[in-house]
Every structure is written in C-alpha cells, then in structure tokens.
Design a protein. Sequence first.
Length: 211
Amino acid sequence: MKRWSIAVPGAVLGLWLAACASVPPPRLILLTNDEARPTVAGTTRPLLAVRGVQLPEYLLRSAVVYRASDAELARFPDAEWAERLNVAVTRWIAQQLAAELPQYDVHAYGGAAAPALALEVTLTRFEAVAPQTFQLRGDWRLARPGAAEPVAEAGLSADVPLSALTPEGVVAAMNTALKQASQSIAERLRALHVGEAPAPSGAAPAAPTGN
C-alpha cells in the first residue's frame, strides 16, 4: 500500500502560524445589574426564589449573536459571553426584583430555606434584531412550592431601540429590556400582596387601622 504525504513548505507553514498567533482572543462580555440589594434589618421576610430563566437553545452558546434575518443568526466575531447567558439573566432579574421588592428576600435559584414563592420566567425571544431593535418576549409564573395553581402569571414583552449593532449596544438594550420586564413583574406582585411574612406563632392579630 502506498502512503501519500503532502509536504508543506516551511515558509507557508510559518506564515500560517504567524497569522494564527496574530488573531487576538475574543473579548469577554458581561451582562450585569448595578442595582443594589436593599438593606432590611430586623425583619423576617418571605423568601422569593427566582428559578433558572429558560432561554431558547440557540442562545445558549458562548458567542454573542443577533438575528440577521428571520431565519439567520449572526455572531460578533470578536466577542463571547463571560458566562452562560441564562445564568446571567437569572441573576439579573433576581437582583432587580430585590431592589424593587424590599418586602421579599429575593435570591436567584433559592436560598438555604424553603421559599415561600417561586418565580419561573421563560423567554421565547431575547435578541437583537438587525439593524435597530432588541426584542424580549416570554411569560412568567409565580407559585407556592408544591401548589398546582399559580398565584399569578402574565406575559412579557419589550421592544428596545438599539443604539448600535455592537456587543455593547446589545448589552445596553438587554439591560433596558430586562429592567422593563422585571418592573412589570414587581408591579404585579405589589398589587397582589402575596407572600407576606406570617405573624409569629401565638401572636395576637394586628389591630385594624383607620377610623
């Protein structure tokens, strides 16, 4: 049996290796929320667990992508997510809800104790649409652990203008869309007055207020 080999000239190999070495590593992009968690001292608050946010599978990749057309995704060649996008989005929403709802002890994925309420968020669209819009679509469901029926549920929708079709422009639009979505959830929870901390065992009921 004859064996064939291809000889690569040293000069060509050297040029190829030099080209590979000259390609800079991708920038690592973060999605972070700067809202500060409120300090609430001396109060027992119900635990609100934000379960892992569900995203379309095509977004669960390291590349930062945008929708180039109805049937095509494109990637920014010089940028990658520093962490999984669903993890960053879950933490982002939990941090925003903690700032919006100081009456709850809000944690991404849950805490050490069993939660009084669990929030499930599913995003069916969470992407930049070239050339000028970022779209968020989905729904949320709030339930008591083990209960068959939800306490509340609703859809989510946000359309945010893109300042630029760049990784930085996409992240800025994501922040705005997530803030709008989180604030709509918080507004509904405030109106429902659910999950309030129970009175200590044996405590007398609170006296009615008003005239």
